[in-house]
Design a binder for this molecule. Structure first.
Ligand code: ZN
Length: 339
């Protein structure tokens, strides 16, 4: 069965048509329109284009197309309730309150596909778990480091959804009660320390204290303009001050990972986002400081920490995965080996 995955980001929508083995049969991008109604029209149009391209790819002209409309999963940035309504979208305010599932069902009423809508990071978790670094594992914690921290949990072969479908907002666990303020209204949230912007903040503090000279020069000479990518650039060059900053950053990242690992006991932790391009330079200190903070690290099986494999396609691939699962096709690895 083919499935369509649509990943709505702050600036673009990425759509894929995929088969059950995770092969991408068609792919399209388009700019995000903030207004909820226009977004639904765009999603419906992408769906039609993708299934048309995908069916041409698998069945040459002349053969009859599939009778059943392929399922579609949609990932959107924000809190999505069980009905598929985007109830809180701080980074896509025009779409706040949009019932994405019902609206898309209206737009596609002549085709009637199975539709599932979920949080974008939850979709990315499904993607990495099904066809990325968590493939074949039943217990996966996914952590995406960007401006904030997104994530999700697969436990016993199932995506953790919670009572209201809002589970997985891992960026807002508090790691420092008196820490810097967060957009959510509290202080000291994990994403203020362990995201790409958290890394930038740690580096700016170091720069303002008079160190991090190479990082400041990469940022154009002003401490205020230092961002996470400047730190990673200096780190890859072998800059010792960058290594000190990354060591501190890795400790904060590992602190949250250890908190989450104590709760969810994952088999593997998958870290994605631009920062993991630094590879072992980042992952080695994260693994080392994670072990120091994890309860019983010496007596429990190792929890692997791996970089994500799907890059910025993870959300769209995962959206296609939740579409397939909603249509009754098991894709995520199950404890009894049924998928
Ligand atoms: Zn917060």
């Amino acid at each position: 069965m083919i499935s369509v995955g649509l990943d709505v980001g702050g600036t673009k929508i990425l759509g894929v048509a995929m088969d059950e083995e995770g092969n991408i049969l068609a792919e399209r991008r388009r700019a995000t329109v903030e207004h909820g109604e226009d977004m639904l029209v765009n999603l419906a149009e992408l769906y039609r284009l993708l299934i048309e391209e995908a069916s041409t790819a698998i069945s040459p002209a002349g053969e009859s197309p599939a009778e059943v409309a392929p399922p579609v999963g949609v990932g959107v940035p924000g809190l999505v309730d069980r009905t598929g309504t985007l109830v809180f979208a701080p980074n896509l305010r025009g779409a706040n309150g949009t019932d994405v599932r019902a609206g898309l069902a209206d737009e596609l009423s002549n085709l009637g596909p199975v539709i599932r809508v979920d949080n974008d990071a939850t979709c990315a978790t499904a993607g990495e778990s099904a066809f990325g670094a968590g493939r074949g594992r039943t217990d996966v914690l996914c952590v995406a480091l960007g401006t904030g921290i997104g994530g999700g949990v697969v436990t016993g072969g199932k995506l953790l959804s919670g009572a209201s479908n809002f589970a997985g907002e891992i960026g807002h666990i508090v790691v420092e009660a008196h820490g810097p303020p967060c957009g959510c209204g509290r202080r000291g949230c994990w994403e203020r320390y362990a995201s790409g912007s958290g890394l930038g903040r740690i580096a700016r503090d170091a720069a303002l204290a008079g160190s991090a000279s190479r990082i400041v020069s990469l940022a154009g000479g002003e401490p205020d303009t230092v961002r996470g990518e400047h730190v990673m650039e200096a780190l890859v060059e072998g800059d010792a001050e960058a290594a000190v900053i990354v060591e501190e950053f890795a400790w904060w990242l590992a602190l949250g990972l250890a908190n989450l690992a104590n709760i969810f006991d994952p088999e593997v932790i998958v870290i994605s986002g631009g920062l993991v391009k630094a590879g072992e330079l980042l992952l080695e200190p994260v693994r080392r400081t994670f072990r120091l903070q994890l309860e019983g690290a010496n007596v429990r099986p190792e929890i692997e920490i791996l970089p994500g494999l799907l890059g910025d396609r993870g959300g769209a691939i995962g959206a296609a995965v939740i579409g397939l699962e909603a249509a009754g096709t098991a894709i995520l690895a199950r404890p009894d080996g049924s998928a």
